[in-house]
Design a protein around this ligand. Structure first.
Ligand code: CU
Length: 205
C-alpha cells in the first residue's frame, strides 16, 4: 500500500518522489544501525553467565577473582581467589577467618601415581613478591569445612585473610553455581575442564 502511494506521488510530481526516496533511504540506514544492537545485548547475556568476582586490596596485597562454589556436599565447599603480593618482600597466607564455616582450612591438591586427586591441608601459602598466586579448582584452595548455614548462588561469604606479615584482608566472595563459575581458569586442571560440561564440579572440592 505504501508503494502504491509512492507511485501515485511519483506520477503527480517527480520532485516529491525524490524526497520520499531520500526519506526511505535514511530510514533503512537507521534500521541497519539498530540491528547491530542485539549483538551487544547478546554479549551482555554471556557476561551474565559469569557473575562478578570479588576483589579487595590491603596495603601490599591484592585479591582478585574471588568466589565460593555452591556446596557440592552439604557440610563443605571450596573458595578460590588470586592473590598478588605487591610489596617488596615475601609474605604468606596463614589463615582465613569466616563465620560461615566451623573449620576454614587451606588445602592443596596432590595427584597420586594412579592419577587420583587428593586434598591435603597446608599451614600456609607462600606469596613471593610481584607474583600472582592463584587458588583455583584442582590446586590450592580455601576449604570451608563444617558449614554453619546453607550457601546458595547469589549469596556472599565474608572472609578475612590473615598473613604472616600481620596484614589482614577482608573480602566478600560471591557464591557461584557451576555454570556461573569462571571458565578460563589459568592453567586449569582436569576439574576446571570438567566444569565446561553442563554439570561439572560434582566432586567434593
Ligand atoms: Cu579441599
Amino acid at each position: 500500500m505504501a508503494h502504491a502511494r509512492i507511485r501515485w506521488a511519483a506520477a503527480a510530481a517527480l520532485a516529491a518522489t525524490a524526497l520520499l526516496t531520500a526519506c526511505s533511504n535514511s530510514e533503512e540506514a537507521s534500521t541497519v544501525a539498530t540491528t547491530t544492537t542485539p549483538k551487544v545485548l547478546r554479549s551482555t547475556t554471556t557476561a551474565d553467565r559469569t557473575a562478578e568476582l570479588a576483589s579487595a586490596t590491603v596495603d601490599g596485597i591484592r585479591l582478585t577473582d574471588g568466589w565460593v562454589k555452591v556446596p557440592p556436599k552439604k557440610d563443605r565447599t571450596a573458595g578460590y581467589f588470586t592473590l598478588r603480593n605487591t610489596g617488596a618482600t615475601e609474605d604468606r597466607l596463614t589463615a582465613v577467618v569466616t563465620d560461615v564455616a566451623g573449620r576454614p582450612e587451606l588445602h592443596t591438591t596432590q595427584t597420586a601415581g594412579s592419577g587420583a586427586e587428593k586434598m591435603v591441608k597446608v599451614n600456609e601459602i607462600p606469596l613471593p613478591p610481584n607474583q600472582d598466586v592463584a587458588l583455583r579448582p584442582g590446586g590450592e584452595h580455601l576449604m570451608l569445612v563444617d558449614l554453619k548455614r546453607e550457601l546458595a548462588a547469589g549469596q556472599k561469604v565474608t572472609v578475612e585473610l590473615r598473613f604472616a606479615s600481620g596484614k589482614k584482608l577482608s573480602a566478600e566472595l560471591p557464591v557461584l553455581s557451576p555454570d556461573q563459575a569462571p571458565r578460563s581458569t589459568p592453567g586449569g586442571s582436569a576439574e576446571a575442564s570438567a566444569g565446561n560440561g553442563a554439570n561439572g564440579h560434582g566432586n567434593g572440592h
